[in-house]
Design a protein around this ligand. Structure first.
Ligand code: NAP
Length: 515
């Protein structure tokens, strides 16, 4: 049995006493243990502030970018071994594991390159000088400097590599040390990646720490210059945001939570057209990839009533081609869910969906392998549109989605999507720009990202579910209200904006001028 330790205050440390067990998702066999009991988390945060922060702040963006590139290379060099760990711990197929691990190395590489654009400075100018009086001399200039605390990254179980890497990329490039806490149930991959970064990426002491296991008393020790970036369920987000020390110290919290993402098929789309096929491809990929355990997965599928039969037939035909089973078998397209509690939650969600009146139109729950944590893909139909119960309020975090017919109007499509209460991403598949334009504008305030799938990009799009590091990731309302990535925008959470007033020429001499 592997024992997973934490990397804190410059050394690998094992917790005492009660430990959490990690399981093989395909068989249910125990594979590793971890404990954080008795670890000195107060000292670890202080070590990050005292040692990691100054070391990172002494580096320019270009030099920090080189660290990110080295972290990316470490992942690429050990890609095959990491894919095997993901299959073992998470039930991930090879494709699912690559999505996580390549997403992690790709995001680090992206930010490594972005660093060279930011140049040989250690902080950022924010906009131009602003004239404050009649004279041109008295002005204000905003600057962005790294916070002096630790970036605490609390991650979800479903993307142990990408989640840890995308957060670390932005914080480290901003000049803020990281303490990462992966979801315990799937921490094996994150733990191995942390080892690789410590051994191979040349990170300065204190720049990166790992808490592998339960969060324990970590949040009792946060200070005003620390910040918290959380990915996970809405319930845990509330606990973090209302933690007494977080509230008392006004520690900023960025939340990425549940999301009832949608796909909307436009009424102009011809059956069999490129746009129609793109719609089918994206919906089925989102239903099956990572067995539906993606924050960006499509949970609600809006289809104009006139296209319902053809579109549902196309979806079912594609689902027929999928194979659920052993994630290490190259023929398998859908692996297991990652944890026993995840399987329990998804089974309960399916039962509630049926009880709400949704009709099962594809999928036999008994067809999934009995051992491990498998759940068969299932497609439901609800004709209640905006009034449908359950589907607009609960995220079933597995290979499950619901078709919602609508009348083909922008008004009804927007109203149904809005019932999700704020989403990470919705995709619209249509070629009639006069129809798409108003829908995108109507949906934009309740989304962090919108994808317009059309014949013009049918063979080029990166897909509904792929989070691109140059684009905003996050969403309002139910999605948590957070914002990550978005290129340079992803750094701002870790930087303090300060307005400096003074003489224009002197300020230019000190800080330079915006391009
Ligand atoms: P979770 O149960 O909320 O756990 C998330 C993280 O919070 C884990 O590391 C967990 O640690 C930790 N945690 C639990 N209780 C805590 C507390 N009281 N204080 C501080 N941290 C605490 O969520 P999950 O089951 O891992 O993830 C599934 C959810 O994440 C889904 O709802 C999904 O939509 C969402 N998600 C969102 C995004 C996004 O970008 N928006 C991405 C991926 C997933 P332990 O593992 O040790 O319990």
């Amino acid at each position: 049995m592997r024992i997973l330790s934490s990397y804190l205050s410059g050394s690998w440390q094992r917790g005492q006493g009660h430990s959490n067990t990690l399981f093989n998702a395909a068989t249910g066999a125990p594979i590793a243990e971890t404990s954080t009991a008795g670890l000195d988390l107060d000292a670890a945060l202080q070590y990050g502030r005292d040692v990691g922060g100054p070391a990172l702040r002494s580096l320019t963006f270009t030099e920090r970018g080189a660290l990110l590139t080295a972290m990316s290379v470490a992942l690429r060099d050990h890609r095959e071994a990491l894919i095997d760990l993901a299959a073992e711990n998470m039930g991930a197929t090879r494709g699912d594991a690559k999505f996580d691990i390549d997403g992690a190395s790709g995001t680090l590489a992206f930010y490594g390159q972005l660093a060279s654009r930011l140049g040989d400075t250690a902080w950022l100018l924010d906009g131009d000088q602003i004239r404050l009086s009649r004279s041109k001399r008295f002005v204000g200039q905003h600057i962005l400097t790294p916070r002096r605390g630790v970036a605490i990254h609390i991650n979800a179980f479903n993307f142990p590599a990408w989640n840890m890497a995308e957060k670390a990329a932005c914080a480290l490039l901003a000049g803020v040390p990281v303490l990462a806490k992966p979801g315990t149930a799937t921490a094996l991959t994150a733990w191995r990646i942390a080892q690789l970064w410590v051994e191979e990426a040349g990170l300065p002491a204190g720049a990166f720490q790992l808490l592998c296991g339960a969060v324990g008393s970590l949040l009792d020790h946060v200070q005003p210059q620390d910040c918290i970036v959380f990915t996970g369920s809405g319930d845990t987000a509330v606990k973090i945001k209302t933690h007494p020390q977080v509230l008392a110290r006004n520690v900023p919290v960025n939340v990425e939570a549940d999301s009832l993402n949608a796909a909307v098929l436009g009424p102009d789309v011809e059956v069999g057209s490129d746009t129609f096929h793109m719609f089918l491809t994206e919906v089925i990929r989102e239903l099956t990839q990572k067995a539906g355990q993606k924050c960006t997965a499509i949970r609600r599928i809006l289809i104009p009533a006139a296209l319902l039969d053809d579109a549902v037939a196309g979806l079912c035909e594609r689902l027929d081609q999928h194979v659920i089973g052993d994630p290490t078998d190259r023929l398998t397209t859908i692996g297991a869910l990652s944890t026993p509690s995840q399987k329990r939650d998804v089974d309960a969600g399916v039962a509630a969906l049926e009880a709400s009146g949704a009709e099962r139109i594809w999928g036999d729950p008994t067809s999934a392998p009995a051992a491990g944590y498998y759940v068969a893909p299932q497609l439901f139909l609800s004709k209640d549109g905006v009034n449908a119960a359950f589907v607009h309020d609960h995220e079933v975090f597995g290979p499950v989605a619901t078709v919602l017919p609508y009348d083909g109007s922008v008004t009804e499509a927007a109203a149904i999507v809005a019932r999700g209460g704020g989403c990470l991403v919705t995709s619209v598949f249509a070629d009639d720009r006069d129809w798409v334009g108003p829908l995108l504008l109507e949906m934009a305030p309740s989304h962090g990202r919108l994808m317009w799938g059309s014949a013009r990009i049918a063979d080029q799009g990166t897909g509904h579910g792929a989070v691109m590091p140059g684009l905003m990731h996050g969403g309002p309302g139910r999605a948590g209200g957070g914002a990550e990535l978005g290129g340079e925008r992803g750094l701002t959470f870790y930087l303090q904006r300060t307005a400096i007033q003074g003489d224009s020429a002197l300020l230019k001499r000190l800080f330079g001028a915006a391009d």
